[in-house]
Design a protein around this ligand. Structure first.
Ligand SMILES: [Zn+2]
Length: 404
């Protein structure tokens, strides 16, 4: 997948230098990306995948080891005659501090280079957090919960996944309606509060990237992604291997497509948006719960014998099916990934849902589309936030010196 170029001012250092230096830095980036996104590789595999020669790969790997971005380990004895090729891993001690604020909790995580989640903390809040309250909570968790881990890990940057419209190049939340945040310079405030470079982007866009790099949509070029959380439904669309961003970078707001014009009024000002009709809050109401991990929702529904619960579940599934049928007609995707509570909703009654999609769709477009639950489940937003935090190091590994 071609990742978005965010134009982040804190990310890339000087691009000066001669042509040889430019080529070397690009080759370092290519090799680091191969082991970050593709997992451990032998030097021989890196040689084949990069198209570079053996001695160049050996030199690039040595430089990445010096930068502490990769590590080498001895290969297993395969019985093949000749000197076996060392295995190159991303150094997952290099971590991104990842933050996902929502209306009733803040989720934090430490995600290593290579995408491994070392720790995930769900910090419930008694009310919708302000930006300053979020930063205080992040400071507290780093100081207390993550303190012992800091002997082993090194935070290089912070990635913030925000349920709202974000100007990524400036790290400014333009509008997050459910959080009540408007024109908040979240990245700058987080950097001042925590002391690390910080970056912010729309949560669903980051979730889409995580699913395309590490999840069910890996290797696919045309993808629709929908994430459902307490702050509504966020969307992401990949068209021909590129994220759909729109003229201001705010595209793919699939949660604000109209499904019932006379429905409930939405935070965006309109009525009957997808996220008001397909809603975690409305599901929790019929289940008699106030909050629930989205990954637990499917089980809660499946074990319920309350006809009101099933009536609401089927109503939401039918509306979701209409919306997805429309998205399939517009984007002609290979796969539709449902994350957050939408995954639980799908698992509650997949037969009904797939039948509704089929009956609502233009058959030639929907016949081969897979509609699946997010493989990475709830932590996928943190993985996406880590990709944002690591963006500079991945595009110019030498820039990691600026993060020490
Ligand atoms: Zn709306």
């Amino acid at each position: 997948m071609i990742l978005p170029e965010y134009g982040l001012s804190d990310h890339i250092g000087s691009t000066g230098g001669n042509l040889g230096d430019h080529v070397r830095r690009k080759n370092l980036a290519d090799v680091l990306s191969l082991v970050h996104q593709g997992g451990p590789h032998t030097r021989a595999e890196l040689t084949r995948l990069s198209g570079l020669n053996r001695s160049t790969i050996a030199r690039l790997v040595a430089e990445l080891v010096d930068l502490e971005l990769v590590q080498e380990s001895e290969p297993r004895d395969t019985g093949v005659v000749g000197r076996p090729s060392p295995i190159v891993h991303a150094n997952d001690d290099i971590v991104a501090l990842c933050v996902n604020p929502d209306v009733d909790a803040i989720t934090l995580g430490l995600v290593g280079l290579g995408g491994k989640i070392h720790s995930r903390v769900l910090y419930p809040t008694t009310r919708v957090p302000t930006v300053n309250e979020m930063i205080s909570i992040v400071s507290e968790v780093v100081r207390d919960t993550f303190a012992e881990m800091m002997d082993d890990f090194r935070i290089v940057a912070i990635g913030i996944a925000v349920p709202g419209i974000v100007r990524v190049d400036q790290g400014v939340v333009e509008f997050a309606p459910h959080l009540g945040w408007e024109n908040e310079p979240v990245a700058q405030l987080m950097k001042e509060g925590l002391g690390y470079p910080a970056f912010a982007a729309n949560d669903a866009n980051l979730g889409t990237i995580a699913e395309c790099l590490y999840g069910t949509a890996s290797g696919m070029t045309d993808v629709i992604y929908l994430n459902g959380c307490r702050s509504g439904i966020g969307g992401g669309v990949i068209v021909n291997d590129r994220p759909l961003s729109g003229v201001h970078g705010f595209g793919a707001e699939l949660g604000h497509t109209s499904v019932t014009p006379d429905g409930v009024r939405c935070y965006c000002g309109h009525r009957g948006c997808l996220e008001t009709e397909v809603s975690l809050s409305r599901l929790l109401n019929v289940l008699g719960e106030t909050s629930m991990d989205p990954d637990d929702l499917g089980h809660a529904i499946e074990t319920s014998s309350d006809k009101h619960v099933w009536s609401e579940v089927n109503r939401q599934l039918d509306i979701l099916a209409v919306a997805i049928s429309n998205f399939i007609s517009v984007f002609n995707p290979e796969i539709v990934v449902l994350a957050g509570f939408l995954g639980g909703l799908l698992d509650a009654n997949p037969t009904r849902f797939h039948e509704r999609v089929e009956s609502n769709s233009f058959r030639h477009l929907s016949a081969d589309v897979r509609i699946v639950r997010s493989q990475l489940r709830a932590p996928h937003l943190l993985v996406g936030a880590a990709e944002l935090a690591f963006a500079s190091i991945l595009s110019d590994p030498i820039s990691v010196e600026r993060f020490r």
